[in-house]
Design a protein around this ligand. Sequence first.
Ligand code: ADP
Ligand code: MG
Length: 608
Amino acid sequence: MSRIIGIDLGTTNSLAAVWQDGGSRLIPNAFGEYLTPSVVSIGEDGTVYVGKTAKERLASHPDATAGAFKRFMGTSRKYMLAGKSYSPEELSAFVLKKLREDAERYLGEPVEEAVISVPAYFNDMARNATKRAGIIAGLRVERIINEPSAAALACQNRNEEEDAVLLVFDFGGGTLDVSLVECFDNVIEIQAVSGDNQLGGQDFDEMIEKHFIRSMEISAEGLSPETKAIIRKSAEKCKKDLTREKTAEMVVNCKDIQKKMEISRKDVVNICAPLFERMGKPISRVLMDAGVSADQISHIVLVGGSCKMPVVRQYIGHLLGRNDMETLEPDHMIALGCGVCAGIKERDEEVKDMLLTDICPFSLGVDIMNIQNPAKPFMSFIIERNTALPVSRESMYANALDNQPEVRVRIYQGEAMYAEDNMRLGELVFKIPRMPKGKVQCFVRFTYDINGVLEVEVRIPVTGEQKRLVIVNKELGMSEEEVAKKLKEFEKIKVNPADEEENRYILEWGQRLFMQTNSEKIREELVKKLQYFEYVMKNDPYHLSKVRKYTTVFFASIEGILNQYVSFTDDVLSDGSWYREEDEEEREIDDLFKAWDNKDQEDQERED
Ligand code: ADP
Ligand code: MG
């Protein structure tokens, strides 16, 4: 049997995990360590060094060594190492191959497949480059998972809770990624992402290094590259020592003179004040984008090596006014989540089948008539960039001209206003009866899954004609068999017939409550909820179970209020105090609506 492993392919460090004995377990490398530096170095004889050894060569053989190449995944950037050119995906493939070999040795079994995590903001090209890196390393990569989803998965797996709102603060070596992740009904959905791709642990090293050079009165110009590299290394060591101790010592021999500096955590806070300031920005952006306040977060999940720093934790706690943070093994979280995902893929019974969602990195739509300039059709977006995946949406169009003989539905990907400036993905053509403009309706449904497969379904009710087109990610060249498998999976995304009865019930229930109450406020609110529910039923089946849940809770509370006051009314009629009852009813409803306003805002934001 061959195994599936989960891989956190990091900018600074990479890790692998596997589902074993009912849990996600990290795989040690040849040094017995979990972290393998994402560094590649080419020796004089062509030997490829990966990890710790390569990292050592960064200072001694800078021309033959590369690190942090993940930043350029999916771009045309090349690295010249020892006279040979390498792409970021080839360098990543070396790291993946190393992890794979370590895993095979550790497991004593062949490893042919991997689930690899990537930053949520990675575009399609960077994701495909990651998949190709896997292929080069001899790994099938069917599943790419977003890093914050992986962290959430690890956290959920540990806490065994149902629904939660997680703030994932991933602070690595060179990047900060903040995400708001919602977990409900076995679905993990990223609500918002933000970050600073120029802020990481290295900036702390640099600040400490500068402080050392300044306070030791060393002239930076006269330093050899080797000494510079040593100072930088001891600055990092000093930072790490401060994670364990309140004070640390930094000792470096500069031009044969021993320079010694003592530094405290408080010093780091002072020296690095600008870095702390930058840390807060993505947090507030994410909360604002997701319409969530700090106290609505169920867990603050600290991820990445830099979150080990007590001063960082303290600062985040201070910003959010909380001190209940998930701080266990921050630098293992993503890999552990990938291991859970690998377990799901292997269908281990102990793992719940969590449905992971991704964010669509680009917009998808069709072209529509531009009356002013028919040669330059406009783009009409059906799935907007940043929409949570999988998603299924339908839009209605109509013939733009009188007696138009046919309609052409051209499918595009991209953000430009004019269709021709976007990437064309395919086309469906229909003959239509000659009728006045606007009379021939045409329904276009886009269903897009997390593996980059887009299904387009077009329906013309007047003729009853219906066509379907499946657009797979060309670069990956999927077989027909795989496409057939994907199509089956699509059925899950669309309406589940078993739900239909429940939907019907909700609609009836809402209407009955509408009749039962005479409060204008409640009626207004019921209509809003019913309309929204119907909208989601028709257009967004994927979110239906969540919205159904919220709607049920809402209707149940309205029911509660109505019942309470029905009986209360009967009782108090005799003592004539029923005005107060009205007041109280209004007040209670107000409170309820206030709570719901927040929820609505969120729903609205998803719609927008
Ligand atoms: P990436 O996601 O970029 O691959 P990691 O999550 O592995 O990176 O984080 C690497 C960063 O974490 C480095 O800057 C490193 O110095 C820092 N780091 C690792 N361990 C500690 C520690 N004990 N204390 C402080 N910083 C640490
Ligand atoms: Mg990382």
